[in-house]
Design a protein around this ligand. Sequence first.
Ligand SMILES: Nc1ncnc2c1ncn2[C@@H]1O[C@H](COP(=O)(O)OP(=O)(O)OP(=O)(O)O)[C@@H](O)[C@H]1O
Ligand SMILES: [Mg+2]
Length: 432
Amino acid sequence: MNQESKLEPGALRVLIAAGLGFGLAAILMLAVNINGVISLAIGIAATAAVCLVPLRRRDAGGSGSANASAELGSGLPALALALFEHLPDPLMLLDQAERVLFANAPAHAVVGSGIEGKHVSAVLRTPSVLEAIQLVSRSGKPTSVGFSFHVPVERHFEAYAARVETSPALVVLVLHEVTQLKRSEQMRVDFVANASHELRTPLAAVSGFIETLKGHAREDTKAREKFLDIMTVEADRMRRLIDDLLSLSRIELNEHVPPLGEVSIEGVVRDVAGALAPLARAENITIEIEKRTELPPVTGERDELIQLFQNLLHNAIKYGRTDGHVWITLGALPADSRQLQDMVAVSVRDDGEGIPAEAIPRLTERFYRVDVKRSREKGGTGLGLAIVKHIINRHQGRLQIESQTGEGATFTVTIPAARSVVADPPSAIAAK
Ligand SMILES: Nc1ncnc2c1ncn2[C@@H]1O[C@H](COP(=O)(O)OP(=O)(O)OP(=O)(O)O)[C@@H](O)[C@H]1O
Ligand SMILES: [Mg+2]
C-alpha cells in the first residue's frame, strides 16, 4: 500500500465520521428495532467505516483480489481499529464481494483467525446469515437473523447486518451472543413444566380418591379412613411444594441484596438440631454436634440460615441410615481449605448410602433427585438443595459436597465471618 493511501485520523474527520456513523445507528435502531448496545456497536462500526471512505475509493480501482481486501483491513486508521477491538461483540466488515475486510478480536474468537480476505461463506457457513448479508447488500435494508453453532458447544447468536453507504458500499456484520438468554428461557420453561408435573401428581391422586369416595367406597368406613389418610399426605405434599416454590422465589428475589444481621451459626445449628431431633429419633438416628473451634458470628439472615441447615440436616436424616449417625461439625475443614481464612465452616455428615459421583454436580438443580421414587416416598420435592444454594449465594458462601457411594455424604458450608465483611479489604490494608 502506498504512502498516499495511509490516512491521518484528524479530529474534524473523526467528528464528521462519528456524526454519520451514529446517525446511521439511530436510523437502524428505529428501522429494525434493535437494542441500544447493538446500535452502539453498529454506530462505532459505521463511524470507523466512514473513516475509511477515501481509502476504499482509492482501493476500489485496484485488483479486487483477496489480498487487496486483507490490505484494506490492515490499512484501517488506528482509531477505528481501537474502537473495533474494544467492542465486546464480534464484528466484521465486508466489502461488496462479501469478503472480510476486517474482523475484531471477539469475531476471531468465534469464527477463527486468518479470515481477512476470505469470502464470508468460508467463515460463517450458516445459510440464513449468508442470505441476510446478500439481502442487505442488495437492498440496503438492515436485517437481523438468529443462528446457532452446535459444536464444540452449543452457542446461539443474533447476527445484525447493515449496509454502510460509502462508495462502494460496505456491509457491517455484528454478532450478538444470546446463549445465556436462551438457557434461562429454557430453564424457565423446564421449571414451569416440572412444577406443574410435581403438582399434577398429588392433585390427580386427591381427585381420584374423591371420585372413589363419592362412588363405591361411600359406605365403606375402613376404605374411607384409608383414602382420607392418603389424601392428607398428598395435600401435605402440595402444600410443601408451594411453600418451597414461594421460598425459592423470595430468596432469588433478594439474592443480590447482602444480608445485614449478625448471626451466631452455632446458635442456628443447635436450634435446628433440636427442632429435627424427633425426626431423627423416629429413625433411631443419633445427631452428634462436634465443636472444633469457637465460631465467630456471620453476617446473615437468621431465618434463611435456619432454613439452610434444616434442609441439610433433614436430608442427612432422610437419606441417612436407620439406626445410624449424623455428625454436625462446627469449624470443619473443607477438603479445599485455601479460602478458609475469615470463613466459618460447618459440615453435616451422614452414614447413609451416599451419592453417585456423576449426580453430585446436579444436586442443587431444582427438582433434581438421584432416586425420584425414594425422594417422593420421603415427601421430598427436590427443591431443598436449590434453596440451600441460593441462600449460600446470598451470604457469599460456598457449598462443598463429598460422597463415596455406600459411605455416606458430607455437605460443608462456608460463610464469611462477620468481621471479615466489615474489615478493610486486603488491598486497602496493603495501601496504608
Ligand atoms: N445426605 C444425602 N445423602 C444421599 N443423597 C442425598 C443427600 N442429600 C440429598 N441427596 C439427594 O439429592 C436429591 C436432592 O435433594 P433436595 O434436598 O434438593 O431434594 P429432596 O430432599 O428430594 O426434596 P426436598 O428437600 O425438597 O424435600 C435428593 O432427592 C437425594 O437424591
Ligand atoms: Mg431435601
